[in-house]
Design a protein around this ligand. Structure first.
Ligand SMILES: Nc1nc2c(c(=O)[nH]1)N[C@H]1C(S)=C(S)[C@@H](COP(=O)(O)OP(=O)(O)OC[C@H]3O[C@@H](n4cnc5c(=O)[nH]c(N)nc54)[C@H](O)[C@@H]3O)O[C@H]1N2
Ligand SMILES: Nc1nc2c(c(=O)[nH]1)N[C@H]1C(S)=C(S)[C@@H](COP(=O)(O)OP(=O)(O)OC[C@H]3O[C@@H](n4cnc5c(=O)[nH]c(N)nc54)[C@H](O)[C@@H]3O)O[C@H]1N2
Ligand code: SF4
Ligand SMILES: [Mo]
Length: 829
């Protein structure tokens, strides 16, 4: 691995393509700029510079200059954005050309000739590849229905490709699955903030400079969000206090004014305890709670809301539900109006009361706020200290900072996401932030900021496209079984009581054998599929298990737009720098070939990359902002999060997508995003409001830790985004092999010294790598970099250690909820 040269590269075709493109590019208003004209001699031609966007899942949204010399991409550099604060690049952005010309690239369609996973393939034509796949799909549809064909995608490219495969699945009625990454935030955020808008719960990063305090709560931006870290550092220089809450002394912790080590998986308990002290001191924001949250809503003794119908007021009919056409029933929630001294519908209340409510027409009631206050009572600083390992005085001080040194931006992405019950951590941290009013204000925000405001782009339209006659396609299969249950579904042929034969699967923009939990479990189900298709740019770990391999064009070989980012408030353009190398094709082109071969050639959005982009940009929200594809092609970057170009503050207008339009702090019906086949085991009462339930294995006192005493945290390597960039030799020199970082005292007890070879194991599997001593790792906790693949470990695979199960509420892979043991197997050199 790591040899960054290309095989079989046909330079002649490339130059032809590039020349053609220059001509068409000029017509479309994307004529390459030139640089270094002054220095140019007659012999040295200036570079042609195209516009690129870096679209991996690090979500930072950097724009690139792609320099082309003599028909070859020779380097990439940071491209100036209209707001220079966002002009950034990192070592991964700078090494893109090595990926483009990597020897790992798939060059032509191939079919498997050896055993699955053996990596033996034979070149075939595109016609044969498409025919083989579609013959199988047609047969499956006839015998078992369209849902027996499955498509599985994630975010290897945050531009159009993921959506293109969803378009395919919808047209063909396939089953659509992801592999359920990062889901605990949405399990908590959906009912609290309402709907998909909560994916943009963070303010624009430039606003970090308005925060008095920034809390990176389970967030390691020095590695995972490098450009976000830049804003945090500027804020620090500006006097902002920076707090990091993490079990590990992470690379980000070294920049903290205050590092708070915490026992893994106990964040909900810490947040509840901090809120407990906040409330005790009256630091919470009553005005905000009354105006913008459901905190005053009354709840009856049976746990359901007191509604006007309980007080004898007949419900009324609202507008019909636009999806079902069914009339909606309006039965308003009741609050106690302090001014009127009576129970009224929330909308009528002048001054809703938060606590100590008298009986209402025979009903004993309490408010949403009182439920919270009751629940946090058992998490006083001393009790919480026992659970979290954070000293009680530190909890009190953190509460003081939250109460007195605001506005606070609690920035988390997904650090505490990947555990059983992680949605409770988000719910508790959110509740803390919202109780203080840190949402919708400059300098104040609470939560994750993963994506663009909902509805800006036509995600729904391209996931449910219309044909040329204006008719909707059939849509994906209504059931989407979780991959954590695929083996059981294969064995029983059923999912949720219905026959569910699984026959073929296509993986695209995802490398699950390199990134999923429970790798052994997954290998088992992959091998049960009759046909496995992988569309990728490189021979990924998953690609090795394909029956048919489809070579995908590199990011610079297709025009595309990047509009999903945590950092950059711009939609970014990607010029097509040259034709796809070798025989590779864009995802859109191969999806079109598949759709055509299946007999559905009537979908205009698949006709060209431009048509597809036009479909994504087809929303009123973008039109109102004056953002069109043509304008983007000309200007290359357009500010898109706010229509008027102002800095984006999440929920600035305090309109939330909940049924009440307010932040919900209590759910009558707990939101369950995943019901296991074996049935729901949710404790509904407990899930209605803040609670802490320990993770399954990571919890220091869990059963699992009695047998496997170490907690294994996976960390992100600086040099890779998941499994990508692993073919860049320069970056591999910086991080040549996966190592297990272990606390020196633990190491000494086990007789391990730096450089020794160790085996990490549990009852699911094992992996062998070298050990490095790390005083920042807490006792009985090791960290291992993820994103390394089979042949990079000395033996085994890191993915064998994690469990494939989900917690029964979130549909969420729990990479970090993992107990292991360690043994030394060889002295280091
Ligand atoms: N270089 C690089 N950057 C990436 C990626 C990559 O693979 N490589 N992946 C991208 C993607 S898809 C994602 S989702 C983001 C995620 O980025 P982050 O949200 O930063 O998530 P992590 O890196 O998983 O973990 C962040 C921190 O949480 C800590 N942590 C672990 N367990 C706990 C806990 O129980 N409580 C608390 N408080 N902290 C805990 C970890 O020690 C770590 O320091 O990164 C993105 N950026
Ligand atoms: N142990 C452990 N495992 C983890 C995590 C962890 O913290 N610990 N984090 C998890 C998280 S948060 C995430 S989001 C997942 C990410 O998991 P994946 O999405 O599987 O991650 P990538 O390695 O980015 O894989 C994407 C694949 O897409 C391919 N690709 C890139 N661009 C394109 C394109 O334009 N078209 C097509 N067809 N393919 C393309 C790449 O070559 C690569 O093989 O990993 C998860 N895995
Ligand atoms: S990998 Fe991320 S931070 Fe680096 S250049 Fe690309 S988008 Fe920017
Ligand atoms: Mo992720």
């Amino acid at each position: 691995m790591g040899e960054s040269t290309s095989r079989g590269f046909t330079r002649r075709n490339f130059i032809k393509g590039a020349a053609l493109l220059t001509a068409t590019g000029a017509l479309a208003g994307c004529a390459p700029q030139t640089e270094g004209m002054q220095e140019a001699t007659t012999e040295v031609k200036p570079d042609e510079i195209y516009c690129g966007s870096c679209r991996g899942a690090c979500m930072q949204g950097c724009q690139l200059n792609v320099h082309v010399r003599d028909g070859r991409v020779v380097r990439t550099s940071a491209r100036e954005l209209p707001d220079s604060r966002y002009t950034r690049i990192c070592s991964k952005g700078l090494t893109q050309p090595f990926r483009m010309y990597s020897s790992e690239r798939l060059q032509y369609p191939m079919k498997r000739v050896g055993e699955r996973g053996e990596g033996k393939f034979e070149r075939i034509s595109w016609d044969e590849a498409i025919q083989t796949i579609t013959d199988n799909w047609k047969k499956n549809i006839e015998e078992f229905g369209p849902a027996s064909n499955v498509k599985c995608t994630n975010g290897g490219n945050l531009g159009a490709p993921t959506f293109v495969w969803s378009t395919l699945a919808a047209i063909l009625g396939m089953t659509s699955v992801g592999t359920d990454f990062d889901a605990a935030w949405s399990t908590a955020g959906t009912p609290m903030l309402g709907g998909p808008d909560m994916f943009r719960a963070q303010n624009e990063n430039a606003d970090l400079l308005n925060s008095k305090t920034i809390v990176a709560w389970g967030f390691n931006p020095v590695i995972s969000h490098v450009q976000t870290m830049h804003f945090i550092n500027e804020a620090r220089e500006n006097g902002t206090k920076f707090i990091v809450i993490d079990p590990v002394f992470s690379p980000t912790a070294q920049f903290a004014d205050w590092f708070i080590p915490i026992n893994a998986g106990t964040d909900a308990a810490l947040a509840m305890s901090v809120l407990n002290v906040v409330v005790e001191n009256g630091w919470h924001n009553e005005e905000f709670l009354k105006a913008h949250t459901e905190a005053p809503f009354l709840i009856k003794e049976d746990g359901t809301f007191l509604r006007m119908s309980d007080l004898g007021v007949e419900p009324t009919e609202g507008d019909p539900n636009p999806l079902t056409g069914e009339p909606t029933i309006i039965d308003p929630n009741v609050v106690w109006d302090e001014d009127a001294q009576q129970a009224v519908a929330y909308a009528e209340a002048k001054n809703p009361k938060l606590s100590k409510i008298p009986q209402v027409e025979g009903f004993t009631v309490k408010t949403e706020w009182e439920v919270i206050v009751e629940r946090i009572a058992e998490y006083g600083p001393d009790a919480a200290s026992e659970i979290t390992g954070v000293p009680a005085d530190d909890i009190r001080e953190l509460a003081r900072v939250y109460g007195e040194e605001g506005p606070v931006n609690t920035y988390n992405i997904y650090g505490f996401n990947h555990y059983f019950n992680a949605h409770q951590a988000y719910r508790a941290v959110n509740t803390l932030g919202f109780a203080l009013g840190y949402i919708g204000v400059q300098g104040g925000a609470t939560g994750s900021g993963n994506g663009e405001p909902y509805g800006l782009y036509n995600v729904v339209g391209v996931s449910m496209p219309k044909d040329a006659d204006g008719n909707y396609c059939q849509g994906t299969s209504p059931l989407s079984p979780p991959v954590s249950e695929f083996n059981e579904i294969f064995d029983t042929g059923e999912y949720q009581g219905q026959p569910f034969p699984l026959k073929s699967i296509v993986f695209a923009v995802i490398n699950p054998l390199g990134t999923n939990t429970g790798r052994e479990y997954m290998l088992e189900w992959i091998n049960k599929f009759e046909l496995v298709v992988v569309a990728d740019m490189v021979m990924s770990e998953t690609a090795k298990y394909a029956d048919i391999l489809l070579p995908v064009a590199y990011w610079f070989e297709v025009e595309d737009a990047l509009w999903q980012s945590t950092n950059s408030p711009f939609v970014l353009w990607q010029d097509k720098v040259c034709d796809p190398l070798y025989e590779s094709k864009s995802d859109r082109e191969m999806v079109k070939m598949l759709v055509d071969a299946m007999g559905y050639s009537n979908f205009p959005l698949l006709e060209s990359d431009d048509a597809y982009q036009q479909a994504i940009f087809d929303t009123d929200a973008l039109r109102q902002s004056g953002i069109t594809l043509d304008k983007l092609k000309q200007e290359k970057a357009l500010r898109h999060w706010t229509a008027d170009g102002s800095e984006f503050i999440a929920y600035k207008n305090y309109t939330f997508g909940t049924s009440s339009g307010l932040i919900s702090l209590y759910q009558e019906e707990p939101y369950v995003a995943y019901v296991p086949n074996s049935g729901s085991n949710v404790d509904a009462e407990r899930e209605r409001s803040v609670a802490w339930t320990p993770p399954k294995e990571a919890w220091i006192n869990s059963e699992a830790r009695k047998t496997f005493p170490f907690h294994c945290i996976s960390e992100r390597p600086r040099t890779r985004t998941h499994t990508q960039w692993q073919d860049v030799g320069y970056l591999n020199e910086l991080y040549p092999e996966p190592v297990c970082k272990i606390n020196p005292e633990d190491a000494s007890e086990l007789g391990i010294v730096e450089g020794d070879t160790v085996r990490l194991f549990n009852d699911r599997g094992s992996v062998v790598m070298r050990a490095v001593l790390h005083a920042g790792a807490p006792r009985k906790t090791v960290t291992v970099p993820r994103g390394f693949e089979m042949d990079e470990f000395i033996e085994g695979h890191f993915g064998n250690l994690s469990m494939h199960e989900y917690d029964g509420i979130s549909r969420n892979q729990v990479f970090l909820d993992c107990a292991i043991d360690i043994e030394k197997i060889e002295e280091g050199e």
